[in-house]
Design a binder for this molecule. Structure first.
Ligand code: F6P
Length: 322
């Protein structure tokens, strides 16, 4: 391997810049050239390349978003698009890739790597924490801290008005943001797709719960079976007309902002591991961190097996929110 391409793809996450910096500087450390590919796979198809040196990644470790920009590419999903991307990479003499993103990114990388026998290492960059093969994804820690900060503020006004707030956090297919941030804010209930306890259970808990508590926070994951915060809000309003109920959707605020130190260190460690993995001859694997150790997992395995929800965390909510 002489020249590595690096790209970010799919939804951005805080810490992606720290990961880009680590990949670029590790490549240079090992005397490899490194090229930045803008706008994810879309930039590969269109040949949007930029030379990266030590200075190009200076002063970015603390910045949210991604300096390389990102996209969800439609053309890369076609055989012709991927062929074009391969030709662009070849003309630039890029002989390996580091792709930073989530499940869509890894699906693309698996197909592309197989079709053209190109070594690709994936780094888990998503706020959702929904990849198998790493305890935490880059951006998750920042996102849950952003959510906690926002809900602490909502709690102030909820308490002042004696209100029930349904707060929706991100996670299309995963409740892991809702689960941890919900514990962090002392939520009275958490609704996530993985818990399968459903709206009936929530209603029961509200019925038997403390009557003297003036405010209640119900955290709901975007992907929960209840069908979103507004729908849930309507159900609560109907069942408990005496509650003053409000709905708040945190939205994309969770994707931005300065990465926490945890995310910066995780991104730095995984960025180094990605380049070293390529030099060891690895391909089609994701670098992750499990119990503090670098672990490589086949890309298709990382996406097909979602992170399991830690059942003891769900039990904590039941015990502590009484
Ligand atoms: O995968 C990250 C994520 O933020 C999900 O939690 C959310 O469902 C989705 O991306 C939103 O995507 P977009 O910004 O493209 O609407």
């Amino acid at each position: 391997i002489k020249k590595i391409g690096v790209l970010t793809s799919g939804g951005d996450s805080p810490g992606m810049n720290a990961a880009i910096r680590a990949v670029v500087r590790t490549a240079l450390y090992y005397d490899l050239e490194v090229v930045g590919i803008r706008r994810g796979y879309e930039g590969a198809v269109n040949g949007e390349f930029i030379e990266m040196d030590r200075k190009s990644v200076a002063n970015i470790i603390q910045r949210g978003g991604t300096i390389l920009k990102t996209a969800r590419s439609k053309s890369f999903q076609t055989k012709e698009g991927r062929q074009k991307a391969y030709e662009q990479l070849k003309s630039k003499e890029i002989d390996a890739l580091v792709v930073i993103g989530g499940d869509g990114t890894f699906t693309g990388a698996t197909v592309f790597g197989e079709e053209f026998d190109l070594p690709i290492i994936g780094l888990p960059g998503t706020i959702d924490n929904d990849l198998f093969g790493t305890d935490f994804t880059i951006g998750y820690d920042t996102a849950i801290n952003t959510a906690v900060d926002a809900v602490d503020k909502i709690r102030d006004t909820a308490e002042s008005h004696d209100r029930v707030f349904i707060v929706e956090v991100m996670g299309r297919d995963s409740g892991l943001i809702a689960l941890r941030s919900g514990i962090g804010v002392g939520a009275e209930a958490i609704m996530i797709p993985e818990s399968k306890t459903g709206v009936e259970h929530l209603i029961h808990r509200l019925e038997v719960g403390r009557k003297d508590k003036s405010s209640k926070i119900i955290m709901v994951a975007e992907g929960d079976d209840a069908g979103g915060a507004f729908k849930l809000g309507d159900i609560i309003k109907e069942k408990f007309p005496h509650y003053d109920t409000r709905v708040s959707i945190l939205g994309h605020i969770q994707r931005g902002g300065k990465p926490t130190c945890m995310d910066r260190v995780l991104a730095s460690r995984l960025g180094v591991a990605a380049v070293e993995g390529l030099l060891e001859g690895r391909k089609a694997e994701m670098a992750g961190l499990i119990h503090g150790k670098i672990v490589f997992t086949p890309l298709d395995h990382a996406i097909k097996h979602n992170q399991e929800v830690n059942q003891s965390l769900l039990k904590i909510v039941e015990i502590l929110s009484l």
